[in-house]
Write a protein that binds this ligand. Structure first.
Ligand code: ADP
Length: 448
């Protein structure tokens, strides 16, 4: 007998997303929630709900013992961690499996390897992924660091081995500054992550962020589902994502996708993963691998027709991949706008009560959100309140539909990033797909 009841160890739109996939498969769901989320949509829709603690995430969504107890008490045979929170916690994955509960995620050892950026880069190199030129592993000796930097050429970027969320990185443009910046990066990393280990790589001037979606069955079969272009970023946070990338042609997609899928076959990777690259001058450079479902997964679903959460659940249940590489076709174009409860241009958070809510609709428009009129957005968590995902037969049609959908969205009572998206979709560079990871911040600076 396969999975009967899944505990959803998350909140917000992704909890709802997982609930929907489960119910479409005839699987029951158990929501866990903090006291701040008692009225959340996924809690209302789930078959059962268990309160696991007070509002701070450390006491609730990160409370491993409370989540395991909730799973046991409610008779769950699987846990889906969503993204963020415990999704990339190898220890938690091991604890789940030790309790004879299926972990809807990659093997713990793969989560662990990819969570350590030095180990991840080494592994990626061994698996045949192209790397950013840099130190082979961690660097602690300053003379050695200067030698490496001189070889790869300045500017270089100093990165923390256990970094995340864009933190613990320093760009260095000369040998004189290297030692000081390495010390600074190391102590910042120590304070933020408890680990001062740093490494060095070439700093790319104006790259795009292009990532490949991969899936493995855990036994050596793996596929890729093409790429997503997530270059529109602010403070390393993605704002708008699209698939396919405006700069890749079909041959390049298949070449690079196959390199990624092959790497996953060699690892016997299990479940969903994303291999992130910087792309500059037609070359890919691996930066990291995320061993979980990504926020932007729906753009891939839109152009491939594959339900990625359903696929994750199937694989956790020991089933084979539901599609093989030859069956995957990339059709049309999809764009996702992340809608946050914040001022659209100052980005100041704007939690509070939503007085009116009307999601966009119509052909090829998808809104993933737990919002409803009367809902109070709690101040404790991520500010993303909705994702608007729009599909079109081509990029131009997709953009026209996206503009129309943004006009229809009504979220009143709080400020949202809808006006930012509307203005972005009037910029020539965005319309032409001509942007790098620096574009959004530079554009925001010119608006001030
Ligand atoms: P994190 O895990 O903190 O998100 P990443 O390694 O994914 O760290 O890098 C985050 C972002 O930092 C990238 O999307 C890119 O904007 C920038 N970055 C990282 N490495 C480089 C590099 N070698 N050259 C230029 N920019 C980089």
């Amino acid at each position: 007998m396969g999975i009967q009841r899944i505990l959803i160890a998350n909140r917000g739109e992704i909890a709802l997303r997982i609930h929907r996939a489960a119910h479409e498969m005839g699987i029951e769901t158990v929501a866990v929630h903090s006291t701040a989320d008692s009225d959340a949509m996924h809690v209302r829709l789930a078959d059962h709900a268990v309160c696991i603690g007070p509002p701070p995430a450390t006491d609730s969504y990160l409370n491993q013992a409370a989540i395991i107890s909730a799973a046991e008490v409610s008779g769950c045979d699987a846990i889906h961690p969503g993204y963020g929170f415990l999704s990339e916690n190898a220890k938690f994955a091991e604890i789940v499996e030790a309790h004879d509960i299926k972990w809807i995620g990659p093997k713990p050892e793969h989560i662990r390897t990819m969570g350590d950026k030095v180990a991840a880069k080494q592994t990626a190199g061994e698996l045949g992924l192209p790397l950013v030129p840099g130190s082979e592993g961690a660097v602690s000796d300053y003379d050695e660091a200067r030698k490496i930097a001189a070889e790869i050429g300045y500017p270089v970027i100093i990165k923390a081995a256990s970094g995340g969320g864009g933190r613990g990185m320093k760009v260095c443009d000369s040998a004189e500054k290297l030692e000081g910046l390495m010390k600074q990066a190391g102590s910042e990393a120590k304070a933020a992550f408890g680990d001062a280990t740093v490494y060095i790589e070439k700093y790319l001037g104006n790259p795009r962020h292009i990532e490949f979606q991969v899936f493995g069955d855990g036994n050596g079969s793996a596929i890729h589902l093409g790429e997503r272009d997530c270059s529109l970023q602010r403070r390393h946070q993605k704002v708008l994502e699209e698939a396919p990338s405006p700069v890749l042609d079909s041959a390049e997609r298949h070449r690079m996708g196959e390199i990624c899928a092959d790497a996953m076959r060699k690892m016997a990777y299990r479940g969903a993963g994303t291999i992130e690259f910087l792309w500059e001058g037609g070359e890919f450079y691996f930066i990291e691998m995320n061993t979980r479902l990504q926020v932007e997964h729906p753009v891939t679903e839109a152009i491939t027709g594959v339900d990625l959460v359903r696929e994750q659940i199937r694989i956790a249940d020991g089933k084979p991949l539901s599609v093989n590489q030859e069956e995957i076709a990339f059709t049309g174009h999809a764009i996702e706008c992340r809608i946050n409860a914040e001022d659209p241009f100052t980005f100041a958070p704007s939690p509070g009560k939503v007085s009116h809510y009307h999601p966009a609709g119509g052909m090829h428009v998808r809104v993933d959100s737990g919002l409803y009129a009367g809902y109070s957005i709690p101040p404790y968590y991520d500010s993303m309140i909705a994702k608007l995902i729009v599909y079109g037969r081509n990029r131009e049609g997709c953009i026209m539909r996206l503009r129309r959908a943004l006009e229809e969205m009504v979220v009143e009572g709080v400020k949202t990033s809808i006006p930012l998206h509307q203005e972005l979709l009037r910029q020539d560079d965005v319309l032409n797909g001509d942007y790098s990871i620096k574009w959004l911040e530079e554009w925001l600076a010119t608006r001030e």
